[in-house]
Design a protein. Structure first.
Length: 375
């Protein structure tokens, strides 16, 4: 089965801290059954743990499925037997025609454990990294589901001595029928954020809000999260790129375009879901997938530059397309520009219909900040 997969791997060697890996694992034979595809992915992942990433521990996995209603239970059963990391499962069909793909993030020299409240703890030195995957509920609508998700998360963080405004770095919201339900997500998030002193006068949290489906049709919103305990306020910085992008609060939503965190030995950059938008909040190049892709790249590149990073520092890319027909155009463009960055292409409409494409990424750069502890 190993010859039925493709492993894309990014490795960063820490100077005194941990070594980290991002991997995207793809099935290369779409004629395999779903269970065979999952088996192939898991064999490839295990080969990585005993090969190029030997000594590393998985801390976060996300499975992208083509049909969660018929596929998610099998993943859960497989992972419950051997998983030791935060797990995310979402219906966002891989655009290469397969049924499943895997993004995983791994670290060396860390201690890991599941916390009673549902988060997953990764400890090294002075930091505790708190990952959460596939949180959901079945409240009446997307607004109430979002409120309950965030209020529960606030309590989970409080149990760990953390606060949403001080410690949460990144969120992902996966929204069933995003064209209909995203407005409820926006209102629910705005309301909870206001109670947590997250406003346009303070700051928000880097995030992606995108179409994605849970196996249960009653679940309209599911959420993944990442927070850090032990980080100081002066280590966290938010990215704006005002020449290219506006503040999200100007069109009624509440997330940061990007966030970076400085450690003693490196800088982590989290770029939120970014589309073809200008600094007035307008969709740019309506209807043109090529030009939207280029403008999106320009926006992301400008955000990275604000963190003193370039595309060369990216650890992974996730690309979301509204129309499956655009894959044939976009895939060669990415292959040419980012030939060695682990990347997955997914069918997942963006939160505004005019945006044909969106991307997010995480980057890492070597830094020397002696006032901070290493990762």
């Amino acid at each position: 089965m190993l010859n039925k997969t493709k492993i894309e791997l990014f490795k960063y060697n820490g100077a005194g801290g941990v070594t980290e890996y991002h991997t995207m694992i793809h099935v290369t034979d779409s004629t395999l059954t779903y269970k065979e595809q999952v088996e192939a992915l898991q064999l490839a992942f295990n080969s990585l743990l005993h090969g190029e990433a030997e000594g590393a521990s998985p801390v976060f996995k996300r499975y992208f499925l083509s049909d969660a209603a018929n596929q998610a239970d099998y993943i859960v059963a497989q992972e419950m037997e051997n998983t030791d990391c935060a797990l995310s499962i979402v219906e966002q069909p891989p655009l290469d025609g397969t049924k499943v793909a895997l993004w995983a993030y791994l670290l060396t020299d860390v201690q890991t454990r599941a916390l009673p409240g549902g988060l997953y703890e990764v400890t090294h030195g002075n930091y505790r990294h708190l990952w959460g995957g596939t949180a959901f509920n079945r409240a009446a609508n997307s607004e109430y589901q979002t409120r309950l998700l965030l209020n529960d998360y606030v309590m989970q963080l409080a149990e760990q001595g953390c606060r949403l405004a001080d410690h949460c770095i990144r969120t992902w919201f996966f929204v069933q029928n995003v064209d209909v339900n995203y407005a409820g997500v926006v209102k629910g998030r705005n309301d909870v954020f206001f109670t947590q002193n997250l406003t346009d006068k303070t700051h928000f949290i880097a995030s992606t809000g995108i179409a994605g489906r849970h196996a249960d049709p009653k679940v309209l919103v599911q959420m993944d999260t990442y927070a850090i305990d032990g980080v100081k306020s002066e280590q966290i910085h938010h990215l704006y790129a005002p020449t290219h992008l506006n503040r999200t609060s100007e069109y009624g939503v509440s997330f940061e375009r990007g966030t970076y965190v400085d450690y003693g030995d490196r800088r982590h950059v989290f770029i939120s879901g970014t589309a073809s938008i200008n600094n007035k909040g307008e969709v740019v190049h309506s209807g043109d997938i090529r030009l939207q892709t280029q403008r999106m790249w320009e926006n992301v590149e400008t955000l990275l530059a604000e963190a003193d990073c370039t595309f060369d520092h990216m650890g992974h890319l996730i690309v979301y397309l509204r129309d499956i027909a655009d894959y044939a155009v976009v895939r060669p463009m990415f292959d040419e520009r980012f030939p060695s960055v682990p990347t997955v292409f997914l069918l997942a409409p963006v939160c505004r219909p005019g945006w044909l494409i969106e991307m997010e990424c995480m980057a890492v750069k070597r830094m020397e900040n002696p006032q901070f502890s290493v990762l």
